[in-house]
Design a binder for this molecule. Structure first.
Ligand SMILES: Cc1ncc(COP(=O)(O)O)c(C=O)c1O
Length: 410
């Protein structure tokens, strides 16, 4: 650790709550897929924050949109109309292909899920007063606020904060029959991810999504797909559910978004269609900052770039290359089990719980990745990553795995 970082570490320890076990590096700037630390060393960013900076760092289109909007109008509250918010809602509806879409904007992924859960609660109670339950998947991650935390399928995260309530039922992420059995007249919504990002980059089988849609239709509940991590092109389709259910006319009622939407500025959104789009009425839900002109201008710039540069198709193509390369690493390193994921959300799976060591060795090799499970290393580069940068990601990972495994066959 260089002297500048050491100083920052000491100041951080004294001044900030100890909620993060940070890596021993402090970044000063970024450009495209590259970050530069306070000592001037460059790193290849194959994580994008946590799947956030999908256009890379300091994208000029986003920077220009933010600067122009900040100079024009930065905040008004939601008591008034502002054009960027309306334009963003229209654009998101178009990317979903929903002519009757309506959006609600907030500030984070957790807030998006909270909004979706509140919407489902109102919708359910209109059907019958006790239709307040939610069915979610074990291993799912939906955020740290109380409702989103309860929906998160990880008991270890619940325990310190209990009681959280008892209105969420969890079923295994890969068992359509269990999901079907859990949905009944008291269910207001089924909440799922398409690929469980924080849960270890675990792909939810399409049969589970199909079972979720059928079960919701059976009882009149809403299907909410949490696309906070998977949405906006990362999986090689605008939304993960589109890839998962290719060729099948199965759609969610509500989609939750955040992370990549403004390429790093705090924004969250839910977009609903049909009956679900009309549930909220004035007073039901609100936010001071959500949908402000600057973040919406940034998000509009993000959508422009994704469309103009064909980044959805690019994520599918480059993601396939990356997936092949990560599974190839298994031939070269005894410590690698294989790879899993979809598009540009991939993980290298390991035979031992040594992911933190691999992440540390990758940092030494100038590569940013993270341990998404003790035995899985997540790779989520920007959608703009070049073919050459993908090769460099794989080469640096190869170095890191060699350093950790000591069992490399080459
Ligand atoms: C699928 C999913 N939902 C929700 C969240 C929570 O988002 P935030 O940290 O912006 O509240 C995350 C964060 O990793 C996520 O991956």
């Amino acid at each position: 650790m260089n002297a500048n970082t050491e100083q920052l570490r000491a100041r951080e320890a004294a001044s900030l709550m100890h909620t993060y076990a940070r890596q021993p590096v402090a970044f000063a700037s970024g450009e495209g897929a590259w970050l530069t630390d306070v000592g001037g060393r460059r790193y290849l960013d194959a994580l994008c924050g946590l799947s956030v900076t999908a256009l890379g760092h300091a994208h000029p289109a986003v920077a220009d949109a933010v600067a122009a909007q900040a100079r024009t109008l930065l905040h008004t509250s939601n008591l008034y109309f502002t054009e960027p918010q309306i334009a963003l809602a229209e654009r998101l509806g178009a990317t979903l292909g929903w002519s009757d879409a309506r959006a609600f904007f907030c500030n984070s992924g957790a807030e998006a899920n909270e909004a979706a859960l509140k919407l489902a609660r109102l919708h359910g109670k209109r059907r019958r007063p006790d239709a307040v339950e939610v069915v979610a998947l074990s291993g799912g991650f939906h955020g740290r606020t109380f409702g989103a935390l309860l929906a998160t399928g990880n008991p270890d995260k619940h325990r310190p904060f209990e009681p959280l309530g008892d209105w969420v039922v969890h079923v295994p992420h890969d068992d359509p029959a269990a999901l079907d059995a859990a949905v009944g007249p008291r269910t207001s919504a089924v909440l799922v991810e398409v690929v469980q990002g924080e849960g270890g980059v675990r792909v939810v089988p399409p049969e589970v999504l199909r079972a979720a849609r059928a079960a919701c239709d059976r009882v009149g509940a809403l299907l909410i797909v949490d696309e906070v991590q998977t949405g906006l092109g990362r999986l090689g389709s605008w939304y993960g559910w589109q890839t998962a259910l290719a060729g099948r006319p199965v759609e969610p009622d509500v989609v939750c978004l955040a992370k990549a939407l403004a390429n790093g500025l705090p924004i969250g959104a839910i977009v609903a269609r049909g009956e679900a789009a009309k549930v909220f009425e004035p007073g039901d839900h609100a936010t001071t900052f959500g949908g402000g002109p600057v973040v919406c201008a940034a998000a509009l710039a993000v959508l422009d770039v994704i469309e103009r540069e064909g980044l959805v198709e690019r994520a599918a193509r480059v993601g396939a290359t990356l997936a092949r390369a990560t599974t190839d690493l298994a031939d070269r390193h005894g410590v690698v089990l294989g790879g899993r994921g979809r598009g540009l959300l991939q993980a290298v799976t390991l035979t031992e719980p040594c992911a933190p060591a691999v992440v540390g060795a990758a940092l030494d090799a100038g590569l940013i990745v993270n341990a998404v499970a003790p035995d899985a290393v997540r790779i989520a580069p920007p959608l703009t990553v070049s073919d050459d940068e993908v090769e460099q990601i794989v080469a640096r990972l190869d170095t890191a795995l060699g350093a950790v495994g000591g069992r490399s066959s080459t």
